[in-house]
Design a protein around this ligand. Sequence first.
Ligand code: FES
Ligand SMILES: [Fe+2]
Length: 373
Amino acid sequence: MIDPRTLPDLSDDDLRIAPLARAETIPARWYTDPAFHPFERDALFARWWQYVGHESQLPNPGDFVCADVAENPVIVVRDQAGALRAFYNVCRHRGGPLAMEPCGRLRKGVLQCRYHGWTYRLDGALRGVPRFDRTDLFDRDDYGLVPVTLASWEGLLFVRLADDGPPLGDLLDGIAERIAPMRPGTKTFFRRVTYDVACNWKVYVDNYLEGYHIPLVHPELCRVLDYRAYVTETARYHSLQYSPIRDGERQYGAAEGEAFYYFLFPNMMLNLLPGRLQVNLVEPLAPDRCRVIFDYLYDDATSPEARRVIERDLAFSDRVQEEDIEICEHVQRGLHSRAYDRGRFSVECEEGVYHFQCLLKEAYREALAEAAA
Ligand code: FES
Ligand SMILES: [Fe+2]
């Protein structure tokens, strides 16, 4: 639901889509005006599939993961029959949480509210209601947990708060074929690392979508990778930066093969190297703050040799990430300045950024049309 009273100022001119070679970047205001934060929450993050975790994090009945989706607490749980279910992590009594940890195993195999102890079956039905005998006209059937739409692809779990929208397959169309024989579904969750960044979430996404900044921002990475060999491919709702892996990169955990850097609209990345998958999610926390989640998954995370390679991979990713954070925080300050309104694109290097910004305009436009209806 888009609240027509709180729309940001968006002119037809701002929303127009020009060809890449003639296009301007989106206005600075879109990164700084606080009105975009609730608008994007409702127009983007509540409407699009949002990554919440990987199936390997919930192998057994009663295992759960929690996530924040468009500022709504969500819990995904594996039920007794082995199926995965998603609910708002919100008790129907007075809004308490069913779980407060990011992931784990439910106590006694039931969803018990951590506030006053109402219990729910794993299908969401309300079961136990302590000390409620004297409450009139109370029917437990009216107070089950509210379900959330859940879908999975290659072990990756996604939820969507909106009732309708494009199926998950539209977002991922063609990826499985393109990356074969690599399979995200064969990987096991290893670790989550999070970074808080003092920039608008779109600054971080823009930065991910181009290798143009590599020589200046990531000198060490630039020495081992031929960033000029990167190609960008775009699909309806995702884009790909792709490169063959050179010798030098192998020291960071990659075997010979190919590297795929996928961006899935609006805020998710899949970084695939042979044997390893890194999932990123960029969550807006405030108009000028975001949290970036890095989930690391590997084919083999147990042998001592694999662990050494993984620790190197994590340490290297962390250094690159710190470099990206520093530049993104500076960019946010630049966008706030009086000096900047909008810029232009390198046709050679910034097609991914342009593609993202076009999808953004399309989504904004749809939301405005809905608010006006
Ligand atoms: S809020 Fe859940 S039992 Fe009271
Ligand atoms: Fe970077």
